[in-house]
Design a protein around this ligand. Structure first.
Ligand code: GLN
Length: 535
């Protein structure tokens, strides 16, 4: 079957949940028996978000193949639950990089290189490559940003061309907008939506559907008005009120009948009826009054919770599976260094130290690990959180006062965490870490092995530093268990503290593989321990 394309553009403002909406529609289509894949097109010039500050961009989501991608890919994997690959996300930076390399090689035989057709051709090539490599019946393609952005113009032009090439039966355009609410009059306004659709038409794209996001209930009258002014069918104007939980979005979308509308327009026939019972159960569970546990998340970018999107979601999945509510106290690790926020840490049932880079706030995280170890508070360390758990152990159990990671102190006397051998001599920062899926062998009877109930697992990585093997024996003698290692035993993947209810850390990022219906075993183990502690 020829691949059908659904394109998602944004209007009015960004951050209204275009990615979540697209992911939810993807789930509804998958549930109808189609194979679905996605692509996120990011108009910024960075080659990938790997080198961007989490403050600018939020979390970097890592895929099986090691691609460092936009956090929307996390929504896609969590909703649709198909593993994505590096073809699933590309940026203007990659497009220009490719075109300029070809030009330097002489591939264009002396031609003048222009946005149209060279850049647009490369964009279209990558979109088609996405469809080809995933062999999907339906591709969902999301364009980052909002219509009217200078950066996104070549992308929009490519979409316009693709519609012509594909025809109306094979392409469908969804425009996601926002209806602002005017407090003084209590009204929702459609004018910005009208303007953004006008802008889209100016580029030559007429949307087939408008999803109008809003924080308030949208009256039919407004729906009719949008349909009339924007020239789309009434049935294709879909109001989407903000929901209490993301898990509700697919259910809400299903009620509006959008998925059936889309497949009809694309001339497709569903092969099965959607079963959304699991999602309904999940939403019911979210809304049920539940006992809560408190997790202190000691991080560096806590002002922007998007920087820890997958961690927060993984905690949520695990908590739901155990019938509790995970309340997160967002703690700035550098506050702990200044003797602030300790009440919050001390009143928590568990401590989580997530991944991170750079020196700021490191000592605060080490203090949090020490507190967890000494007071037998459940602790989960992710990547940097594992490395610092080891630094703390070296300092306070082995008595190596100046122990550190060479990421933070080049000249430390005890480099218990050190640059991986293959990382030495690398000067390019982009895409050069140890990235993606690697196997890890678990030690029998360890807390980690019990949590997983398996002896080998595959997990996603993103790091340059590792535990320094010269110290392994010493650590083990004093009560650290290296409960997960690479199959050749060269690399520590999981460490845990003996005689502690749950102090387990991983060099990898388990949060990237947690799914609503398959909470991650390490997070489940952690929340279970927190639940026990709260009693
Ligand atoms: N900065 C550390 C390293 O590069 C940890 C990375 C992380 O937490 N993702 O190894």
């Amino acid at each position: 079957m020829e691949t059908k394309y659904i394109f998602f553009t944004g209007g009015v403002v960004s951050s209204v949940g275009k990615g979540v909406t697209a992911a939810a529609l993807g789930l509804l289509l998958k549930e109808r028996g189609f194979s679905v894949s996605v692509q996120k097109l990011d108009p910024y010039i960075n080659v990938d978000p790997g080198t961007m500050s989490p403050y600018q961009h939020g979390e970097v989501f890592v895929l099986d193949d090691g691609a460092e991608t936009d956090l929307d890919l996390g929504h896609y994997e969590r909703f649709i639950d198909n593993p994505l690959t590096q073809v699933s996300n590309f940026t203007s930076g990659q497009i220009y990089d490719e075109v300029i390399s070809k030009e330097r090689r002489g591939d264009y035989l002396g031609g003048t290189i222009q946005i149209i057709p060279h850049i647009t051709n490369e964009i279209k090539r990558r979109i088609r490559l996405g469809a080809k490599t995933t062999n999907a019946d339906i591709m969902l393609i999301e364009i980052g940003g909002t219509v009217g952005d200078i950066e996104s113009q070549p992308f929009m032009e490519s979409l316009r061309q693709m519609r012509r090439e594909l025809g109306n039966e094979n392409s469908f355009f969804v425009h996601v907008t926002w209806l602002p609410h005017i407090g003084a009059t209590g009204e929702l306004k459609t004018k910005p939506t009208q303007h953004s659709v006008a802008e889209l038409r100016g580029i030559g794209i007429s949307p087939n559907m408008i999803i109008a996001r809003s924080d308030y209930f949208v009256e039919q009258e407004l729906v009719d008005k949008i349909a009339l002014f924007c020239d789309v069918e009434k049935r294709a104007v879909v109001p989407m009120t903000t929901t209490e939980t993301l898990f509700e979005v697919p259910l809400l979308l299903e009620e509006t009948g959008v998925a059936d509308f889309v497949i009809k327009k694309l001339n497709l026939k569903k092969t099965q009826n959607p079963k959304l019972d699991d999602w309904k159960k999940l939403v019911k569970e979210v809304k049920r009054e539940k006992p809560s546990i408190k997790v202190a998340l000691v991080g560096k970018y806590v002002e922007l919770q998007d920087a820890y999107m997958s961690v927060r979601e993984a905690l949520r999945h695990a908590a739901l599976s155990l019938g509790v509510e995970a309340e997160v106290a967002w703690i700035h690790s550098s506050d702990l260094e200044k003797d602030r926020s300790w009440d919050e840490v001390k009143s928590a049932d568990a401590i989580l130290v997530p991944g991170g880079f750079g020196e700021r706030g490191i000592e605060g995280k080490i203090l949090a690990a020490q507190y967890a170890r000494e007071n037998k508070i459940p602790y989960l360390g992710l990547c940097l959180g594992m490395q610092l758990m080891c630094v703390e152990f070296a300092r306070n159990v082995l008595g190596y006062e100046n122990a550190n990671s060479t990421e933070f102190n080049h000249n430390t006397e005890h480099p218990v965490i050190d640059l991986m051998l293959e990382q030495r001599g690398i000067s390019d920062m982009g895409g050069t870490m140890r990235l993606g899926l690697y196997p890890c062998v678990l030690k029998e009877d360890s807390t980690a092995a019990k949590a997983y109930a398996k002896d080998e697992v595959f997990e996603r990585h993103r790091h340059r530093f590792e535990f320094n093997n010269t110290y392994r024996e010493e650590f083990e003698k004093k009560g650290m268990i290296f409960s997960g290692v690479s199959p050749d035993n060269m690399l520590v993947e999981v460490s845990e503290i003996k005689d502690h209810p749950f102090m387990v850390s991983s060099q990898f990022h388990p949060e990237f593989l947690s799914r609503p219906m398959r909470p991650h075993p390490l997070f489940v183990g952690f929340v279970k321990a927190a639940k026990k502690k709260s009693k």
